[in-house]
Design a protein around this ligand. Structure first.
Ligand code: AQP
Length: 332
């Protein structure tokens, strides 16, 4: 029987964080044996915020290296760069005409990004979810593993696909979102009621997978917590947001339940707990970094992966695009 299809991606808008890894990439690795997976580097999404071109090119290749270093097998999965498959932009245009201003203006990420980039509220920021819908629908994905912040975009993708199918028949598969048990929303280390983001202006707020190990440990040890001194997970209690976050991170990297972890620290202070979280995170990242470093001198290998990836991505995405063009009445 054919395997079900997964599509997902990360923007090369910064060095990927522990949040991107635990919310998305770690699950891609876990799911790859049971699904046929298409993982893209979403460079077109990243220019909704100003990027330095040389940095963007570098980060795109670094991200490809990281996908592989995190454990995604490039022989078994399709890895490609979004801008190298033109059907993404082409389908996004068509879907723009089937998406309403009202629904786009309700998107939380759009509102957050407008607040962060008040000097550059461009149309791409507004239609970002339509491009994301195109990314997913082109590959007829069954499942889209993402962090919690992207679930709203999966919902709008389902709405757009359903609307299009209602008009033209079964053109798109309606995808499901997939959230991890632990790590679906890793919070900032400095403001733990806010999501950890790779483009945060304050580098102490996030852990980059490429940070030095002693920097990672330092960031965790100085993470904002509270003055109660009790390591306990309390869902929804904002005063415990910092400790909840560290417990969640520990749970995600060790595979243990937060309650069991918290029990180990009964009667102990935050110092011991933070030191152990730091060690667990560093040990989890260590093999990823070793693999990443081993790929660094091998540009030809990376070029061959994204070149082959682009060829395959174009072939698959073009098939869906042709179907769409035919349905809407374009001359083929
Ligand atoms: N803090 C997070 N916790 C869990 N998952 C997260 N993701 C992002 N932040 C967290 C998930 O990572 C995947 C890739 O995200 P993206 O690069 O497409 O964009 P994003 O969601 O906007 O991530 P960032 O890090 O916040 O990027 P910037 O700073 O550029 O906006 C997605 O599956 C996302 O859910």
């Amino acid at each position: 029987m054919d395997k079900k299809i997964i599509f997902s991606g990360v923007q090369p808008s910064g060095n990927i964080t522990l949040g991107n890894y635990l919310g998305a990439i770690k699950n891609w690795v876990d799911l790859q044996k049971d699904y046929s997976c298409r993982y893209a580097i979403m460079d077109m999404h990243s220019i909704t915020v100003r990027q330095d071109p040389a940095q963007l090119r570098k980060r795109t290749l670094d991200l490809l290296k990281l996908y592989i270093a995190c454990g995604i097998d490039p022989e078994e999965n399709l890895l490609f760069i979004q801008s190298q498959a033109p059907a993404h932009a082409q389908l996004a245009w068509v879907l723009n005409c089937y998406t309403y201003m009202g629904e786009l203006s309700r998107m939380t990420q759009y509102k957050d990004k407008c607040a962060q980039h008040a000097d550059n509220i461009n149309a791409g920021l507004f239609t970002y979810p339509v491009l994301m819908a195109a990314d997913i629908l082109l590959y007829q994905a069954d499942l889209v593993p993402v962090g919690k912040d992207q679930m709203q975009h999966i919902e709008i993708t389902r709405d757009i696909a359903g609307r299009f199918n209602a008009l033209y028949g079964d053109v798109f598969k309606i995808p499901e979102g997939f959230l991890p048990k632990a790590g679906a929303k890793v919070m900032s280390l400095t403001e733990p009621t806010k999501k950890m983001s790779k483009s945060d202006e304050n580098p102490k707020a996030y852990i980059s997978i490429l940070d030095d190990f002693n920097v990672i440990a330092k960031k965790i040890k100085s993470a904002v917590t509270d003055s109660e001194g009790v390591v306990e997970y309390r869902e929804g209690d904002e005063t415990k947001a910092g400790i909840n976050n560290l417990l969640t991170i520990m749970a995600a990297v060790t595979g243990r339940a937060v309650e069991d972890i918290a029990a180990d620290y009964a009667g102990k202070g935050y110092g011991a707990f933070k030191a152990d979280v730091a060690e667990a995170v560093v040990e989890h990242i260590r093999p990823i970094r070793e693999k990443y470093d081993s790929l660094s001198g091998n540009k030809d290998y990376l070029v061959s992966i994204y070149t082959k990836g682009a060829e395959k991505a174009c072939a698959i995405s073009e098939r869906t695009l042709q179907k769409v063009y035919k349905k809407v009445g374009f001359v083929l």
